[in-house]
Design a protein around this ligand. Structure first.
Ligand code: PLP
Length: 294
């Protein structure tokens, strides 16, 4: 990924009343070392993040991303992010974006082991080329996540539902899916329910009804899915959060993986079984997702 710009953020308390955050944001060289070796983000993946799509300089869905950052911070017992400070940082970074698609990443780490405060930074990078995934779709392999739907409630210390920096297992799942001849994975619970992809939400179409697995089931509430549901409802479609069995995934009329940067990638096959792609409808969804959204 080509990193183009970065700011170090000195996080202020969530109730700080200052009006300007300029002196808490410091431009750093995105290609130079910036973290001490004792950083818990690097040592333990102990921190949280958000990735926002930026289209033509407009950062998409800033409010929902910041809401999820706050939610992740609460689950991980990190200091509550100051919304106006993060907004100021996003605005400053987005001003560097220019035309085309890019990615803003927000990171809040627990900081240096034994240190007094968390560490935070924000980066701007070029978005990868997602044209093929959006048009040809992605072949998915379903992979056992290893826990049942009720685990998040029984074991909150697993931090399921928080967007933590610990994505090693998510990346391992994508590699396993590729070994199985697919492009991406979809996690299923040990009791047979669809959860999410390692870096995306799952949305299924049954006739004129669109369904996504309930976010309380230890999965992230996708900002792209949330925005798409609002759009679909405006167009007169029904939407629902529900439990979805693995069998229902194969029976759906269509399915998509949704995320902030790749946007809507239609599912082209499930465990080797081809699935129909509605190219024109998917193009419409992506045209909406590429329009400025707040
Ligand atoms: N689920 C997981 C595990 C993710 O990592 C992501 C995004 O990276 C999503 C869902 C989709 O979230 P969003 O649409 O906010 O990008």
């Amino acid at each position: 990924m080509a990193w183009r710009f970065a700011l170090r953020i000195d996080p202020v308390a969530s109730d700080d009343r200052r009006e300007s955050f300029d002196d808490t944001l410091r431009v750093i060289d995105p290609g130079a070392p910036a973290l001490p070796v004792g950083e818990l983000s690097a040592q333990r993946g102990d921190g949280i993040f958000e990735s926002l799509g930026v289209v033509g300089g407009h950062p998409q869905e800033v409010g929902p991303h910041l809401e999820r950052l706050v939610h992740s911070a609460q689950l991980c017992e990190l200091p509550t992010p100051h919304l106006a400070q993060w907004r100021a940082a996003i605005e400053r970074v987005a001003a560097e974006a220019g035309e085309g698609e890019s990615v803003i990443k927000l990171v809040l780490s627990r900081g240096v082991d034994g240190g007094a405060s968390p560490t935070a930074w924000i980066t701007l990078a070029d978005a990868p080329d997602n044209a093929r995934a959006r048009s040809e779709g992605v072949r998915i392999a379903t992979l056992d996540r290893g826990y049942a739907l009720d685990v998040p409630a029984r074991a909150p210390w697993l931090l399921l539902g928080a967007k933590t920096l610990s994505y090693a297992t998510n990346m391992a799942a994508i590699r396993e899916a590729q070994r199985r001849g697919a492009d991406d994975a979809v996690f299923v619970s040990s009791d047979g329910y669809v959860l999410e992809a390692p870096t995306a939400s799952v949305v299924l179409r049954f006739g004129d009804r669109f369904v996504t697995p309930t976010p309380s089931a230890g999965i992230l509430h996708g900002t792209t899915q949330l925005s798409l549901f609002a759009h679909l409802e405006q167009r007169g479609f029904a939407t629902a959060y529900d439990t979805v069995t693995t069998a229902q995934l194969a029976e759906a009329d269509a399915a998509w993986l949704l995320s902030s940067v790749r946007l809507a990638a239609p599912v082209a096959a499930v465990d080797g079984q081809p699935m129909a792609i509605d190219r024109a409808f998917t193009d419409e969804l992506n045209a909406y997702l590429l329009s400025p959204r707040d």
